[in-house]
Design a protein around this ligand. Structure first.
Ligand code: KG4
Ligand code: ZN
Length: 337
């Protein structure tokens, strides 16, 4: 089954074509990073306007790069589009574009959850049956931070979530405190390479809480206190490394504990923060031979993209499909399922 995916939930305009939830034929992302660098963060209206300007061209490029022989629309079975969660004005652009295509070309729509997309980003590039269940997924980005038990492609259970900030948001805010550019995650990890992670003794919030929930606002505040204390003493690389080490410690500890409790076969890392090499290395080392560890096969599948949306849509029950001629709108429902 060939699914066209459309993703505009935040600041990436993306279209992709994916076969059977695993084989990526094309994956095009137009990043708005340069636009949002000016304001050191995303301004929703600005993001939405940029989506309007980009979405048609991104779709055309996706169509060309897919190298579909014959008539494109004869091959496409359905159009998947992110309807939640995300910035409302950004979601509207993707939903309207997808609904127009569905109406013109008489295709069903599949309304998709963005977090589910991240979860299924680890299926991209895999063979059928390669992934063994159950799987414990840590999906962590700027907007969300969840531990999800995946018992099968249709049975997902959230076993932990953040009570305040997501880890990616903490990376972005700490980067701002250290005067680094947006988005902060890659900047922090770059600066941390030059620093000593043992230099600052930062808290590991909720590491021993006994549940699988997270909290990163206290860690953020602890970094802010250190920044005030530094005044002129530029040990920013040490602070970046120490912050990253604290965040990685909490994320890895909870992930491995959840994997053990639920006796899973595999551990997966997903979401924008899954691009972090220190986090990947720490999880790999603490997994040992106990679990198969996967992260997205391509860095382009870590941060927001449409391949993960088209991929995840393949595994949805057809009862959620919207019949040709009908449209979809953004939803404020925050549940993963
Ligand atoms: O999945 P994503 O593109 O958007 C959301 O769904 O939020 O994730 C973006 C987040 C940002 O917070 C960004 O700073 C973070 O992922 N990120 C990273 C790295 N690359 C991106 N965080 C830590 N280390 C990285 N290398
Ligand atoms: Zn995302």
């Amino acid at each position: 089954m060939l699914i066209l995916g459309i993703e505009t939930s935040c600041d990436e305009t993306a279209c992709a074509l994916v076969r059977d939830g695993r084989e990526v034929l094309s994956n095009v992302v137009a990043s708005q990073v340069d636009i949002h660098k000016v304001t050191n963060g995303v301004v929703p209206e600005v993001a939405a306007r940029a989506h309007v300007g980009q979405v048609q061209a991104v779709f055309e490029k996706c169509k060309i790069e897919s190298k579909i022989k014959g008539e494109f629309w004869d091959e496409v079975d359905a159009i998947a589009v992110t309807v939640r969660p995300g910035l409302l004005t950004s979601l509207i652009v993707g939903c309207s574009f997808a609904s127009s295509l569905a109406w013109i070309f008489d295709k069903p729509l599949i309304p998709m959850n963005h977090i589910k997309g991240h979860i299924f980003s680890n299926w991209l590039g895999c063979e059928k049956g390669e992934i063994k269940f159950p799987v414990m997924v840590l999906t962590v980005s700027g907007g969300h931070n969840d531990l999800v038990l995946v018992k099968s492609e249709r049975e997902l259970e959230v076993v932990g979530e953040t009570l305040d900030d997501a880890a990616g948001e903490a990376f972005d805010k700490v980067a701002k405190m250290l005067g680094l550019a947006y988005p902060g995650g890659p900047e922090i990890s770059r600066l941390a390479l030059e620093g000593d992670p043992l230099e600052f003794d930062l808290p590991r919030p909720m590491i021993d809480s006994g549940d699988f929930n997270f909290s990163f606002s206290g860690l953020k505040t602890a970094v802010l206190r250190e920044v005030y204390g530094l005044e002129g003493d530029l040990r920013y690389a040490d602070l970046a490394a120490s912050f990253q080490a604290a965040a990685v410690d909490v994320l890895t500890t909870k992930l491995v504990a959840a994997a053990k409790k639920y006796k899973v076969a595999e551990i997966h890392l997903a979401g924008g923060v899954s691009a972090n090499k220190v986090l990947r290395a720490e999880i790999a080392s603490r997994c040992g031979n106990d679990f198969v560890f996967r992260h997205p096969k391509d860095f382009n599948y870590c941060t927001d993209n449409a391949a993960m949306i088209a991929g995840a849509a393949y595994f949805e029950d057809k009862s959620i499909w919207v019949e040709p001629g009908m449209s979809v709108s953004p939803s404020t429902d925050m549940r993963v399922n």
